[in-house]
Design a protein around this ligand. Structure first.
Ligand code: GLA
Length: 408
């Protein structure tokens, strides 16, 4: 059997074991309401912030006009707080009548007409985390509603349900989604609620899954998520790949809590983790420098790399870290993160072994374009200087591959 045949054969084999919807072959990218807009429902007091059709439409318009859609951010999603507090007399979910006066199909149409896909939040329990009706006991009927509304992505949260029931409940809901005939990305919050999640099963039934705590708008929160992911990476990194992704939660970039350097850290580490890139920010007021981070094509390409193999933290000393991801073209994305807060930029000098890359000659490109490109290797140590709570993010491209590129 040739290498090609073997790859195709193995590909088919693993595909059969996974959620059979052919979606999310690279980590989903888009925009979601929660992190920035939470459960703001008072449109009189906060007309530009309340969870509403108007917010979705103006965000979609911005995403088209300012290049986010073109850069790959193609899901637009409504998180919690879109519902009426009660189902209708037939037991159907009802979108808030004031804030979604034309219903959800109208929202979907608006998005689809502009080239987006429509993401919507629900919860597997009796109620959503903010107390709106959940799907439990109404699973099939609610999926009917999602299909009628042309929903393309469901984030299924896990409040108000016994966590022991999730191991059966999430696969059951996933099967109903599959059986609906509409391709719907299935985002599960299942492991975030459990102490010892069964990742083999989660990866089989979900396109992406929230592993841990909610992200909040601060460096402390972002930092704790990075630590948690690094300390638990061996439990779940191996389950990710095309169609199945770990989800460290939304991007904070452009909001209130992160400095510019800290925002660069999140974008770099998320792309190493092959994380979904879900912005949650007011695109009318975002500052240019944050927008540039979100639209950095080189970094988006790392996140979306076709090999689909997430990276991990490979080195951790004196509060500095190296995160490494191998890419389809045999190059490496290396993020040097400084978690120190003692003032001046901090220098690190590290070996090939510390970086976990093969000993060879590289061209090294700074993905944030703060430094000139440079050569490194095949011997010696790599030195770089990182701002406090900042990152240096490089692509290490093996030289021999460059030369081959030039000849062909
Ligand atoms: C949970 C989730 C968040 C968000 C809220 C909505 O906390 O983890 O991402 O969806 O619920 O209530």
């Amino acid at each position: 059997m040739s290498v090609l045949h073997l790859t195709v054969f193995l590909g088919l084999f693993s595909f059969n074991l996974a959620l059979d919807n052919g979606l999310a072959l690279t980590p989903p990218m888009g925009w979601l309401t929660w992190q920035r807009f939470r459960c703001i429902t008072d449109c009189v007091k906060y007309p530009n912030e309340c969870i509403s059709e108007a917010l979705i439409k103006r965000t979609a318009d911005r995403m088209v006009d300012e290049g986010y859609l073109k850069a790959g951010y193609n899901y637009v999603g409504i998180d919690d707080c879109w519902l009426e507090k009660e189902r209708d007399v037939h037991g159907n979910l009802v979108p808030d009548r004031q804030r979604f006066p034309n219903g959800m199909k109208a929202v979907a149409d608006y998005l689809h007409d502009r080239g987006f896909k429509f993401a919507l939040y629900q919860d597997y329990g009796t109620k959503t985390c903010m107390g709106y009706p959940g799907v439990l006991g109404h699973e099939a009927g609610d999926i009917n509603s999602f299909v009628k509304w042309d929903v393309d992505y469901i984030k299924l949260d896990g409040c108000f349900i016994d966590t022991a029931k999730m191991d059966e409940g999430y696969p059951y809901f996933g099967k109903l989604l599959n059986d609906s005939g509409r391709p719907i990305v299935y985002s599960c919050s299942w492991p975030a609620y459990q102490k010892e999640p069964n990742y083999a099963s989660i990866a089989k039934h979900c396109n992406l899954w929230r592993n841990w705590d909610d992200i909040q708008d601060s460096w402390g929160s972002l930092s704790s998520i990075m630590t948690w992911f690094a300390e638990h990476q061996d439990e779940f990194t191996k389950y990710a790949g095309p169609g199945q992704w770990n989800d460290p939660d939304m991007l904070l970039i452009g909001n209130f809590g992160l400095s510019l350097d800290q925002a660069k850290v999140q974008m770099a580490v998320w792309s190493i983790l092959a994380a979904p890139l879900l912005m949650s920010v007011d695109l009318d007021t975002i500052r240019q420098e944050f927008k540039e981070i979100l639209l950095n094509r080189d970094i988006i390409n790392i996140d979306q790399d076709s090999l689909g193999k997430p990276g991990s933290r490979v080195w951790n000393q004196s509060k500095c870290e190296i995160w490494n991801r191998k890419l389809a073209d045999e190059s490496y994305a290396l993020a040097f993160v400084n978690r120190r807060d003692d003032g001046a930029p901090y220098s690190v000098k590290v070996s090939f072994d510390s970086m976990k890359i093969p000993k060879q000659a590289y061209e090294v490109n700074d993905l944030y374009k703060e430094e000139m490109d440079r050569s490194f290797g095949p011997t010696g140590e790599f030195e770089t200087r990182i701002n406090p709570s900042g990152v240096k993010f490089y692509k290490f491209i093996p030289k021999k591959f460059n030369e081959i590129d030039v000849k062909t």
